[in-house]
Write a protein that binds this ligand. Structure first.
Ligand SMILES: [Fe+2]
Length: 166
């Protein structure tokens, strides 16, 4: 039996006051240190230097909403990348292709954190709610299979070309 691939988060934005609140947290400590070593971009940003005191409040709120929305979209992308990674594994895609794909969720978590931190720099995230939907996995898996087949046939073609040129 195939595991339910639903990650329970990919969903649509909810009408005001409904849905699940988009919130993030970090454990800190050893987990955060390891994360920073893996992806040091966060520490390279000039955090705490953005002065928005001259901006009209409406513009600051609009910016906070935009960065909160961006963090949410990056989170959704991380979910989609993870689903793709799982699909690649389940369809036994070539090892090097799977290995490359393992990096994508980490990249997205960096983006999530950067966007969320930008919202915090502006005064904090805004209320963003989504309605989780059950798996929309099939198209992703189909796409991963197609990708794996294509990379396999590319590898075969390359191998055939090398053989012919010898
Ligand atoms: Fe991203």
């Amino acid at each position: 039996m195939e595991a339910d691939p639903s990650v329970g988060f990919i969903g649509t934005l909810a009408p005001e006051g409904r849905g699940t609140l988009f919130e993030l947290e970090a454990l800190g400590g050893a987990f955060e240190r390891r994360f920073r070593r893996m992806r040091p971009e966060y520490d390279e940003m000039p955090w705490g230097t953005l002065d928005v005191s001259d901006l009209p409040e409406a513009e600051t709120i609009a910016a906070r909403k935009a960065w909160t929305g961006a963090a949410f979209q990056e989170y959704r992308t991380a979910v989609a990348c993870t689903a793709t990674l799982r699909a690649l594994l389940e369809c036994k895609a070539p090892v090097d292709l799977v290995a490359l794909a393992t990096r994508f969720p980490l990249d997205e978590m960096v983006h999530v954190e950067l966007c969320a931190r930008m919202a915090m720099e502006l005064g904090g995230g805004t209320d963003l709610r989504s309605i989780p939907i059950e798996s929309s996995w099939t198209p992703t898996r189909r796409s991963a299979r197609s990708c794996a087949r294509r990379s396999s046939s590319l590898a075969s073609s390359a191998s055939a070309r090398r053989s012919r040129s010898r």
